[in-house]
Design a protein around this ligand. Sequence first.
Ligand code: OAD
Length: 240
Amino acid sequence: MQAVREWLREASSIAVLTGAGVSAESGVPTFRGGAAGTPGLWKQYRAEELATPGAFARDPKLVWEWYDWRRSLIAEAKPNPGHYALAAAEARAAKFTLITQNVDGLHELAGSRNVLRLHGSIWMLRCLECQREREDRRTPLPEIPPRCECGGTLRPGVVWFGEALPSKVWQDAEKAAREADLFLLIGTSAVVYPAAGLAPIAKSSGARVVEINIAETGLSDGIDEFLQGKSGELLPQLMA
Ligand code: OAD
């Protein structure tokens, strides 16, 4: 912990990748479990069975029910001390990029500014016909699946398995990882690519890599420091 504090002070360029674990203490369930009370499943489905274009084509109502449920939980959620500690760290750092896989918007609510949302936003809806995007924060949605004024079906404005990440966002994330001298990997199972590839990119470009998680992941070997615990507790201690 002391060494990592020192690295944070010394770093001139910090990049952070967060996953669902940072929002677990805000009451947002993770996808693959790991936190008390969050089984990582909705009904009997895994994220990989619902967050795909194929699943949406087969059963848009089912997929929307899952997103509507997540939206209602996220609407009630507030940033936790981990989110606030990252926003405070950004305010002090010369260069700080927060890359997140989360679609909940809690980093922005906590005051983080330079946020790259790799997987989109759960509050955005996009028409499958006219492609128009709009923000809609209503929970529950009055109609499922929701419809566009053009008559088309609206889908969640998030990235699904098998879809490309928004290219500019990904390029910026890769650049931040390459240029970082300190890379923090926080609350992610690090199994979903390309996001999970960012820590190895940072490492091979010379950054120190620190992981914060309640349990080890496939990336934990070969990094510089693994801090075991809840991000909502460890991050405020680190940034204090
Ligand atoms: P996961 O649900 O796969 O992993 C959550 C991670 O957070 C696990 O490694 C837990 O051990 C850890 N964790 C849980 N509570 C924690 C806490 N309080 N403090 C620190 N760590 C904690 O979530 P992601 O890695 O974000 O993508 O999942 C990646 C992507 O898979 C998501 O963005 C989503 C999902 O399917 C799409 O939908 C495309």
